[in-house]
Design a protein. Structure first.
Length: 102
């Protein structure tokens, strides 16, 4: 598995997660409810998961996980995704990233 930049390249929505993280599951479910099909990396199931978490912190991830990228741009975690949703800004963002087509 490569670096964060390589992992998010050419993918409209990417979630870095842990398999036991309920917040990650909630974010993934929300994004799927809009019709997006996020690429999900479970960092507790890959050999360089800790290295990827360190890279995420260097990119500005204040919390641990989930870490969400939309259109190759780091958006944040659960709080930021839900905030975008409540302000009706998530759907347009997903459209611009070509994560959804309607």
């Amino acid at each position: 598995m490569g670096s964060v930049v390589e992992l998010v390249a050419d993918r409209p929505v990417v979630i870095f997660s842990r398999s036991s993280c309920c917040m990650s599951h909630t974010v993934e479910s929300l994004l799927r409810s809009f019709g997006a099909n996020p690429t999900v990396y479970q960092l507790d199931q890959v050999s360089n998961g800790r290295q990827i978490e360190q890279e995420l912190r260097q990119l500005g991830s204040q919390q641990s996980l989930p870490a969400v990228f939309i259109g190759q741009v780091f958006i944040g975690g659960n709080r930021e995704i839900n905030s975008l949703h409540l302000r009706n800004e998530l759907l347009p963002l997903l459209r611009r990233a070509r994560a959804i087509w309607v």
